[in-house]
Every structure is written in C-alpha cells, then in structure tokens.
Design a protein around this ligand. Structure first.
Ligand code: C5P
Length: 225
C-alpha cells in the first residue's frame, strides 16, 4: 500500500480545479500534478511529430518518451524536448488535441505511468478528470468540482486574455461544450465523479471559499486539524 497521501481534484474545464489544486498544494506543502498538461503536451507532440492518431505504436512511444520539464515556477512554464510550449498548450488547438488524445486508451495507459511517478513525499495534489476514479483510487481526499458552462467559459476567457492569448466568449463556450461532451462520452475514463468523491458546485463560490472547504476535508483526512 502506498502511504504517500494524494488529494485528487477532478472536474471539467474551467471548474477551477487548477487554481484550487495549486492553492491547496501550497498550503499543504505538497507536490502538484496538473494532469491536463500531460495530455496537452502529448497533443502538441502529436502535431509536431506528424503522428497519426490511429498509429497506436508511435503514439504510445511518443507518450512514454517525450521529454517534459517544468520550469522553476511550477506549471506556468513547461518544455517539450527542450522547446518552450507553455503558450502553445493553452491554445484552442492545444485543448482540442488534448481531448482527442485523451480519448485513446493507449495514450491514457502511457500517461497513467507517468502520472504515478509524481506521487512523492510529503504528498501530492493531483488535478484532472480521472485522478480520484482511475489514477489514484486510494486518494485520501477526492473532490469533484463543477460549475455552469457559462461560468466556466467566462473563467477560461479571463485566464486566456490574462496570458495574452486571443479568445472570444462564444467560441470558448462552444469549444468547452464540445470538449465536455467528448470527455464525458468517451469509453475510457469518462469525465464523471469517483463514487466516493465530494461534489462541490463552484458557480457562485469564490476561490477562497472553495479552498477552505477542500482544506477542511484535507485536515480531517490527513489528521492535520
Ligand atoms: O484540464 P485541462 O483542460 O488542461 O485538460 C485538457 C484535456 O485533457 C481535457 O479536455 C481532457 O480531454 C484531457 N484530460 C484527460 N484526463 C485528465 C486530464 C485531462 O482526459 N486527467
């Protein structure tokens, strides 16, 4: 049994899981895994390498071998085989490619192993779609964040504009709905809460309110109260 605690924070795009996970990791002094970044990087690697999504052997090799390095500031800067792809992975194409590779079992299996490697002392906060249900089923705390599609599109819009990436709200809303559909209807690891997850609707909640609720559960489960 792995004794290193994991806090799993799952949910759809724009539910706030990235922001909440980063704050909770900081408060607990735990490592952070934004699993979406791995899917995004694989999507970009597929494009750059001209790999066909049907070519399972090449796709698997790429997922296992691509060299990913996170910058000192954590997840804000990331390189793929030495090239800075921090902005590219956040573009519309980056999102769509991530969702496409995420629907392929071989890609998920290859990334599964890479995700397990992030579990190191003193603990890990992992955010994604299937952290609690599939990758870390023994997580000490499992949270599933939701919010209305409109609210999530609005948040994504602000995030992208803040990073200097062009975006329009209607396009984002449409793209988000398509991605939600693909993520929740795929056969492998569909987007849905783990059976033992706590579901939190963040539509009308501030970041701090959500962080406090998650921290209360962490303190409870990890005996840090
Ligand atoms: O979380 P983020 O929006 O960065 O994820 C991008 C895409 O990667 C998602 O739409 C989803 O298709 C895929 N993904 C996944 N499983 C995860 C994390 C992300 O399938 N654990």
């Amino acid at each position: 049994m792995n004794k290193i605690p994991v806090i799993a924070i799952d949910g759809p795009s724009g539910s706030g899981k990235g922001t909440i996970a980063a704050k909770v990791a900081e408060k607990l002094g735990f490592l952070l895994l934004d699993s979406g970044v791995l899917y995004r990087i694989l999507g970009i690697a597929v494009l750059k390498g001209g790999v066909h999504l049907e070519d399972i052997d090449r796709l698997t090799a790429l997922a296992l071998q691509m060299d990913i390095e996170f910058g000192p500031s954590g997840l804000d800067s990331v390189t793929l085989d030495g090239e800075d792809v921090s902005l590219e992975i956040r573009t519309d194409i980056g999102s769509q490619m991530a969702s496409k590779v995420g629907a392929i079992p071989a890609a998920r299996n290859a990334l599964f192993k890479r995700q397990l490697a992030f579990r190191k002392p003193p603990g890990l906060v992992a955010d994604g779609r299937d952290m609690g249900a599939v990758v870390f089923p023994d997580a000490a705390v499992k949270i599933f964040l939701t919010a209305s599609a409109e609210e999530r599109a609005q948040r994504r819009y602000k995030q992208l504009i803040g990073k200097g990436i062009d975006a329009t709200l209607p396009d984002l809303l449409q793209e988000l709905r398509e991605r939600d559909k693909r993520d929740s209807q795929r056969e492998i690891s569909p987007l849905k809460p783990a059976e033992d997850a706590t579901i939190l609707d963040t539509t009308h909640q501030s970041i701090d309110e959500v962080v406090n609720q998650v921290m209360a559960q962490c303190n409870n489960e990890l005996g840090m109260a």
